[in-house]
Design a protein around this ligand. Structure first.
Ligand code: GLN
Length: 222
């Protein structure tokens, strides 16, 4: 069974839920304090929260922690690395994903349910979805306004309406092309602002996020 490290920085707050979601998806998972080592793990999840209180820019300080060098090594070995919300911010700040997450267009914290269109079902985290599938998950962020000028990016999730139309109305934060999640060219690093772990059981209001973890667990078995 593949084993995942869920890295905990000072201020991380979605680590327990993320561990539960990975276990439900059939993997093993452990919370790993950022001063530890990543030996013996088949993949990594950087969960959400407010690491270092979003000081300077969200994710900027965590991105410079020593453990991120180990994360980079795992990425080059082809292992799956998922960043959720603050984790996505850490991935862009560390250069593991292109682009940046700027303050929301309306500069305040947004907490609400959104619809997403799956644009790329070929990554390590989306192989169990269908291209064009519409899924529902919560967002909770102040700095989720994604921008990039890099062509080396795969658009994985886009904010859409219920029918899957990628419209301006459906864009909560001003992201370029309604981008909610991107991966690297190889498809083994995914960053996403919506929270799949908060949509991983019916009693949470949706289990549409579970396939992110199921896909990742399956990919890590290879
Ligand atoms: N839920 C989160 O991970 C929040 C991320 C970050 N602290 C922000 O507000 O943008």
């Amino acid at each position: 069974m593949p084993k995942f490290a869920v890295i905990v920085f000072p201020g991380t707050n979605c680590d327990f839920e993320t561990v539960e979601a990975i276990k439900k998806a059939g993997g093993e998972a452990e919370r790993v304090w950022y001063k530890s080592s990543l030996k013996d793990f088949d993949g990594v999840v950087l969960p959400g929260g407010f690491s270092y209180a979003d000081y300077l820019r969200a994710g900027a300080i965590s991105a410079r922690a020593e453990i991120m060098e180990e994360v980079k090594a795992l990425v080059s070995e082809g292992k799956p690395v998922l960043g959720i919300c603050n984790g996505f911010q850490i991935l862009t700040e560390s250069g593991l994903l292109p682009g940046a997450l700027r303050p929301n267009k309306v500069p305040r914290f947004l907490c609400k349910w959104v619809y997403l269109r799956v644009n790329d079902a070929q990554t390590a985290f989306t192989q169990f979805y269908k291209e064009g599938e519409v899924i529902r998950m919560p967002i909770a962020h102040a700095e989720g306004n994604y921008y990039t000028d890099s062509p080396k990016v795969r658009i994985v999730f886009q904010y859409s309406n219920e029918k899957g139309n990628v419209t301006e109305d459906a864009n909560p934060n001003g992201s370029l092309l309604n981008i909610a999640g991107v991966s690297n060219e190889k498809g083994n690093v995914l960053g996403m602002m919506p929270h799949p772990e908060r949509a991983s059981d019916k009693w949470l209001g949706s289990e549409d996020g579970l396939k992110v973890f199921k896909s990742m667990v399956e990919y890590a078995k290879r």
